[in-house]
Design a protein around this ligand. Structure first.
Ligand code: MLT
Length: 360
């Protein structure tokens, strides 16, 4: 679980925690945050995205301390409520909450009262009645976290809802790209794979376009969602997705890309008959070294994980010099620390409240 960045981390409450400085955007504007919940990035302003990314920088500093613990969320309870499997997202929310001093509970739906038929609404109300301040929800149904948010005054964080959205993954993707390029304006980001069923692609699209990147999505026609092209959408749905370049030819998509992101085939969400065979898919859409030769010489290779090497991504490039897949995982902890802090404390509270006793 530990990586280069977090390798010196130790658990245990520090006797002299250092405060985290309040975020300040590179443009010098004051931090901006208006959210009770984090459901997707379509309702985030560019300033709010920058607020999260700037605070993430401060959280990285916390994680690099000899004793990576601050009492920012002491007395807060974070509940992980995952109705679908997860490794990275669930573990990183758990770590993020613990580093900030929150009480963190990870519920296993398989052994909870959900198995006795308890509804999502009853479950979140029950958790709130026990004092949950933030509830992190992953659910197979698109929209489930929105429903939960309407029925509780706990903060709901969408950790992935069906094929709809995965905003915290998108924020960590943005953070990882920004830490390499500084500014994403005009950067070409090619997302390759099962766009139709990818909640990561949808949330990334909102975030990337808000930061000025040029996005191209690429996959076989059966894995590109209907309506992706704005010209196919009715008048009332023109704003349903941001503008994006659509490609079915992987070489054209990768040409000149600064970032290439491979996406997993979401077989758990697919109907049958979308692909002739995995072999055929890999032949035409696998991200390989040969194909990456068309990207910028200093391109980044990303993947939200879990990856299926040999299908959407070749093993050698997944572990190659351009791959920043492990950095994405590492950055996930700091991004989620930033989000939990902003939800609990607001933009103004994140600096002062991370000192001992909330008074630094
Ligand atoms: C997700 O939960 O959507 C993952 O991060 C990506 C995937 O499952 O392929």
């Amino acid at each position: 679980m530990t990586t280069e960045t977090t390798g010196t981390r130790q658990t245990g409450v520090s006797d002299a925690p250092e405060p985290v400085a309040a975020p300040e955007s590179p443009q010098g504007t004051s931090a901006s945050w208006e959210h009770d919940h984090v459901l997707d990035l379509d309702d985030f302003t560019t300033e709010e995205i920058l607020t999260v990314l700037d605070l993430t920088d401060r959280m990285q500093e916390v994680l690099e301390r000899r004793i990576a613990r601050v009492p920012a969320l002491r007395g807060h309870t974070v509940v992980n409520l995952f109705y679908e499997p997860s490794t990275r997202t669930r573990a990183s929310f758990e770590l993020a909450g613990k580093v900030l001093g929150a009480d963190v509970i990870s519920l296993s739906v398989a052994t909870s009262a959900v198995q006795k038929g308890e509804s999502l609404i009853d479950t979140v109300r029950t958790l709130r009645a026990m004092g949950a301040d933030s509830i992190v929800i992953r659910h197979a149904s698109s929209g489930a976290p929105y429903l939960a948010a309407r029925h509780t005054n706990a903060s709901i964080v969408n950790a992935g809802d069906g094929a709809h959205a995965h905003p915290t993954q998108a924020l960590l993707d943005l953070y990882t790209m920004r830490s390499h390029f500084g500014d994403l304006t005009g950067k070409r980001v090619a997302m390759i794979g099962d766009i139709s069923h990818s909640r990561v692609a949808r949330s990334d699209l909102w975030g990337l376009t808000a930061l000025g990147a040029d996005v191209v999505v690429c996959g076989p026609p059966t894995l590109l969602p209907i309506g992706l092209d704005a010209s196919q959408r009715p008048e009332h749905a023109q704003q349903a997705l941001p503008p994006v370049q659509i490609e079915t030819d992987i070489d054209r998509a990768i040409e000149g890309a600064h970032v290439v992101m491979a996406l997993r085939l979401q077989s758990e969400r697919q109907q049958g008959g979308l692909l002739p065979s995995l072999h055929e898919y890999a032949l035409h859409y696998q991200v390989t070294a040969e194909r990456l030769a068309r990207a910028q010489p200093d391109h980044l290779l990303m993947h939200p994980g879990p990856k299926n090497e040999g299908i959407e991504i070749a093993r050698d490039v997944a572990a190659g010099q351009h791959s920043i897949i492990e950095q994405q995982v590492t950055n996930g902890v700091a991004v989620r620390m930033a989000l939990l802090s902003l939800l609990a404390l607001g933009a103004d509270g994140t600096g002062a409240a991370t000192g001992e006793g909330g008074a630094a």
